[in-house]
Design a protein around this ligand. Structure first.
Ligand code: ZN
Length: 350
């Protein structure tokens, strides 16, 4: 919905109500389906009607001017994704707890005021090993609680959290609904900030961006209403050598070229200990091995992901005279000194 309603009617943005009305009458006559039989005229006529319906209504026009969206549902705040608002602070502490109000009170409706308290967000970082095995984490945060002695319904908004403000413009006066300045939209005054400690059980397999909801640990709601929820946003920290893709784990090993040529057995780290990898003789550089079920648990589904081990051949940069002699002997044995002269054999073909 990016239609410019003013352009549709052919008027400027500061056109008066009577200018909008006369422009509408003129252009609507021009495109009326009874008069205009050109293709597209009917669609244009509908757009004109819609534009006029909004621009001739002071409240809808004001919302359109403010939000640039010609849709009633986009008016006002509220609803998930409406953005972060107010009450944003950092309380410090042991965790990286950026603690702020979010969703702007997703569960409240425009007309009935707050029915529950604000949801809160807590950011928690964990290690990849913790994500693999699951972990219990103690967190500390602050939320608002109703002070039993002094919490009471806000008298300015009568507990609705919103007040009506009359705006006077050239088009006349109309009401706008805004957040109550006295209770900041909570509908209650006399709430206090309380430090809370909780143990959060983080399931194995969790990924960055996952959220855990803890019911009723957000801010207290209005008198008689429910509290909001606490959302714990998880970040899984980058690991020094494991890379993760969903439930699979990747690691890269550099091995002396002789280990790849001759083959070897090595113990390698996995997320919960060690595993044994058999590298067969004749393994090429950049070969990837799969170790089944050594990845992370699948948080949706069964079983575990796999672990992938890539091996890269390491060649010595310098050789002792003895080593050089052995490599030269090896080269002679294989006839490799002739290969480079036959360039066709060296080119990788598709
Ligand atoms: Zn209030």
């Amino acid at each position: 919905m990016s239609q410019d309603l003013y352009a549709t009617l052919g008027v400027s943005k500061d056109a008066s109500a009577s200018e909008i009305k006369s422009a509408y009458r003129k252009i609507a006559r021009q495109y009326h389906p009874d008069v205009n039989k050109e293709s597209g005229a009917e669609a244009k006529f509908k757009n004109i009607q819609k534009a006029y319906a909004i621009l001739s209504d002071p409240q809808r026009k004001q919302r359109y001017d403010q939000f640039g969206v010609a849709d009633d549902s986009a008016a006002g705040s509220g609803g998930p994704g409406a953005g972060f608002e107010g009450f944003s602070s950092n309380f410090g502490g042991n965790f990286e707890d950026i603690f702020d109000t979010f969703f702007g009170g997703s569960s409240r409706s425009q007309s009935s005021g707050p029915s529950s308290g604000d949801d809160l967000r807590f950011d928690l970082s964990i290690s990849l090993e913790e994500a693999a095995l699951g972990v219990d984490k103690d967190i500390e945060f602050y939320h608002l609680e109703n002070d039993s002695g002094s919490a009471k319904k806000c008298s300015e908004c009568n507990g609705l959290g919103q007040v009506k403000v009359v705006q006077r413009t050239m088009l006349g006066s109309f009401q706008q609904i805004s957040t109550c300045p006295t209770c900041k939209g909570r509908g209650v005054i006399g709430q206090k900030k309380v430090k809370k400690k909780l143990t959060i059980t983080i399931p194995a397999g969790i990924e960055s961006g996952n959220q855990l909801r803890v019911s009723n640990e957000g801010n207290a709601g209005p008198i008689g209403g429910s509290a909001g929820d606490l959302y714990v946003f998880i970040t899984v920290k980058e690991h020094d050598y494991f890379q993760r893709d969903g439930s699979d784990i990747y690691i890269t090993l550099e091995l002396p070229f002789t280990q790849l040529i001759l083959g070897c057995t090595i113990d390698i780290p996995v997320l919960n200990g060690e595993a044994t990898l058999k590298v067969p003789s004749g393994t090429q550089t950049d070969t990837r091995f799969r170790i089944k079920s050594k990845g992370l648990p699948r948080i949706q589904g069964y079983g575990k992901g796999d672990m992938y081990v890539k091996v890269i051949a390491l060649f010595p940069k310098q050789l002792s005279s003895k080593e050089k002699q052995l490599v030269e002997e090896f080269q002679l044995l294989r006839g490799d000194e002739k290969t480079a002269r036959n360039i066709e054999d060296c080119i990788v073909k598709r």
